[in-house]
Design a protein around this ligand. Structure first.
Ligand SMILES: [Zn+2]
Length: 149
């Protein structure tokens, strides 16, 4: 996907209706070749195919169409907590050991996987708890003021 005009077309009409002119030929072995719809690189094809999308472009389209799912997929695939590569020692669920993000292959399987604590959720306070909290704050403030005098 290099040409600006092509990209405009795709944005306007979607990927499916994008049918640009692409060249095809059959080599001396009878193998058909067709340009990728998007990047124009020649790909092997069975005879009869009129349009093809190479695997590179398929991936790219996938990313463009589903950027969110791609990100979450990637994120989930590591299964590592944020900042794991800053930890002095981190062991993933497969037993791979990392020291500050550097893999230590000779230690693999010798340590227990690091337990990842889920991020703390803030509890929602009930009205009563809020009141209690405010009273405590007020008491503390009062004490502090007294202490100064
Ligand atoms: Zn392509």
């Amino acid at each position: 996907m290099s040409r600006e005009e092509d990209i405009k077309q795709i944005k306007k009409h979607g990927f499916k209706s994008f049918k640009p002119e692409r060249h095809s030929y059959i080599d001396e072995n009878g193998q058909g070749w067709l340009q990728c719809k998007f990047c124009c690189e020649y790909q092997k094809v069975d005879s009869g195919a009129s349009y093809i999308t190479c695997s590179k472009c398929v991936n790219m389209i996938d990313m463009i169409k589903h950027p969110d799912s791609f990100v979450t997929k990637q994120y989930k695939s590591t299964g590592r907590p944020a900042g794991w590569h800053f930890m002095n020692e981190y062991v993933d669920k497969d037993g791979n050991v990392f020291h500050k993000g550097k893999e230590q292959p000779e230690l693999k399987g010798t340590l227990k996987p690091t337990k990842v604590k889920p991020p703390k959720k803030r509890k929602k306070l009930t009205a009563d708890q809020k009141l209690q909290r405010d009273i405590n704050k007020w008491k503390k403030r009062k004490k502090a003021r007294r202490g100064k005098k």
